[in-house]
Design a protein around this ligand. Sequence first.
Ligand code: PGA
Length: 263
Amino acid sequence: MRTKLVVGNWKMSPTSREGAALVEAFIKQVDYLWDVDIVVCPPYVAIPRVRELVKDTQVKLGAQDVFWEDSGAFTGKVSARMLSEFCCDYCIVGHSEARGRFGGYEPPIGTREYFSETDETVNRKIKALLYYSISPILCVGETKPERSVGETEKVVERQVRGALAGVDPSELYTFVVAYEPVWAIGTGDTCDPGEAERVCAFIRGVVAGVADQDLAESVRILYGGSVKPENARELFGQANIDGGLVGGASLDADGFARIVMSA
Ligand code: PGA
């Protein structure tokens, strides 16, 4: 039996002070809920303050990205070694925004390369996180043009296989996958629950092929892309959807608490 997991991805939204107020208001509403795993992923600069506030609660801490080297001349980067010092239990990797693929927003020509995550960099990040016992939350998902030409399965399979290349399956028991169709992120255009279930079941099959059936059965597969209090229950009720990766709706303490309660 997989425990449901709901992850709030705060993106580049709250400052440290705003994040502290958000998590304080949120914790008050969920402090009796111990049968669902809850994670918040603040921007790096908010992690120290949020960490103090979640310390003795059931809310776990995650980061939104990581760099694969431990230390060195990598200006602006944060390593898994640094995240482990702040007790980050989880870290998002391969988010479509980091891959330069946005849902409702087309970045201006010439700026995409600033976000140029690839399957290879995702793979390096996953290895670095596992070394420090931080659970990777691997984001995969197709764009609208890819879906319209029937390439959804091909894209997510390539992303999962690329991310896990050379990773020992025995290290993957805390690994999480988030199926996030790019066209559903931040657009309000949520994927139909039956279709999200179909793709999540497909992803579980890919994990079984890369590792084994036992691992595939235990790995949590989340859905992300315009999850709201109104649609969370139906999405999380699907057999292969083990919770959600929630962006915009995690910035409202009441709404995020309602989404967690749906799980
Ligand atoms: P959204 O974002 O819930 O705002 O669509 C989800 C995500 O990007 O993880």
